[in-house]
Design a protein around this ligand. Structure first.
Ligand code: PAF
Length: 284
């Protein structure tokens, strides 16, 4: 497994691989890898002859009062996990190499990033789409794999790829959950045992709404209230939002005849967690 830190070296490596006829898959991450990430890696491995994982804690997607300084890191543990997949190239640039002095170009997807997390984390998605566009230019992938846990991020990236004519395929992958339902996230590492138990209210709420949907309920607001009721049973969960929106446009109200995205963000202690579920079949 090669570890490349220099963006230019990464670009040259990708160019050479393309000349030899390799198909490149990229899994972008911020490290502190868990089974959710490894599922994305295995999908990339199955699709491509060269699998690249990037590890970069991207400062531009963190707000001033967010957890950039404390974001969990474990490079040697990550490399050991990636060797197991196996990944061919790990791209681990540092901040200064990625954001060179004088940088003033941003990539921003407007409508899809207005609501949900976008409304609570100003500038977050602009940071995400900018770094992802840069990674696409450096790694030159044919496929890029993203998890549906960050559903709004996935939708914004899909839109960016269309709007900016990136010549690659975005491969969405379902949320990977712990046995008890908690969506896997690097930030789960922040939770104390009590907080981890409280955090289960998020998936419990989404599953209650899913059961209601399966029983025939199609009214998005009623489904939202079903989920809200479950969250309210755990007072230590401080809700940021719980919304039922159209799974494609991410706009409210969700129509009964179209797939509904039920998305939640909440704080458990000081940890901000997100989760979601799509009700109804959504074509990729
Ligand atoms: O989902 C993440 O881990 C990050 O937002 C990403 C896509 C790696 C960009 O920094």
């Amino acid at each position: 497994m090669e570890v490349i830190a220099d963006p230019i070296a990464m670009q040259r490596r990708a160019e050479a691989a393309r000349r030899w006829g390799d198909r490149i898959a990229l899994v972008p991450t911020m490290g502190f890898l868990h089974e959710g990430h490894l599922t994305l890696m295995r999908e990339g491995r199955a699709r491509a002859s060269m699998l690249v994982a990037s590890i970069f804690v991207n400062p531009t997607q963190f707000g001033p009062n967010e957890d950039l300084a404390h974001y969990p890191r474990d490079l040697s543990g990550d490399l050991a996990k990636l060797r197991e997949v196996p990944v061919d190239v790990v791209f681990t640039p540092d901040r200064e190499a990625i954001y060179t002095p004088g940088a003033q170009t941003w990539v921003e997807v407007t409508e899809l990033t207005r609501g949900l997390c976008g409304a609570h984390r100003p500038g977050h998605f602009r940071g995400v789409t900018t770094i992802v566009a840069k990674l696409f230019n450096l790694v030159k992938p044919h496929f890029a794999i993203f998890g549906e846990k960050d559903f709004q991020q996935l939708r914004a990236i899909q839109r960016m790829v269309i709007d900016l004519n990136f010549d690659l395929e975005i491969v969405p992958m379902p949320i990977v959950r712990e046995k008890d339902g908690l969506a896997m996230s690097s930030r789960n590492a922040y939770l104390s045992p009590d907080e981890r138990r409280d955090a289960l209210a998020l998936s419990r709420a989404l599953f209650a709404a899913r059961d209601h949907y399966v029983a025939g309920m199609r009214d998005a607001e009623t489904l939202r209230k079903t989920a809200l009721k479950v969250i309210a049973e755990t007072p230590k969960v401080e809700l940021e939002y719980l919304e039922a929106v159209d799974a494609d446009t991410l706009e409210w109200p969700a129509r009964a005849d179209r797939p509904i995205l039920l998305a939640v963000a909440a704080r458990v202690g000081t940890t901000r967690l997100i989760d979601n579920i799509v009700l109804g079949v959504r074509r990729p």
